[in-house]
Design a protein around this ligand. Structure first.
Ligand code: FES
Length: 94
């Protein structure tokens, strides 16, 4: 069973398939989170987790530091929901 990812800024929720990353679930639902490499290397998809728990998949140690993790940041491309989540929406840079 998947979990819901709620974006209060957009008043929208997304269903995450089991083992699907936050970035993939969001993009598949038409929510254009910022990203670049999609492999945990660049840090472009870094986002503050407002509520919920995620599994952190492997990523570069400089794209998300241990200190940032303690502050609640995650990499959307390398995080899989372990519960329902609440996230801010950050518009892609143009
Ligand atoms: S898109 Fe590069 S770290 Fe997520």
């Amino acid at each position: 069973m998947g979990f819901k990812i709620h974006f209060p800024d957009l008043n929208r929720s997304v269903e995450a398939e089991e083992k699907e990353t936050i970035l993939d679930s969001s993009l598949n639902a038409g929510i254009d989170l910022e990203y670049s490499c999609r492999f945990g290397r660049c840090g472009a998809c870094k986002i503050l987790l407002l509520s919920g728990e995620v599994e952190h998949l492997s990523h570069g140690k400089f794209s998300l530091t241990e200190e940032e993790k303690k502050e609640g940041y995650i990499l959307a491309c390398r995080s899989v929901p372990l519960s329902d989540l609440i996230l801010p929406w950050i518009k892609k840079k143009v």
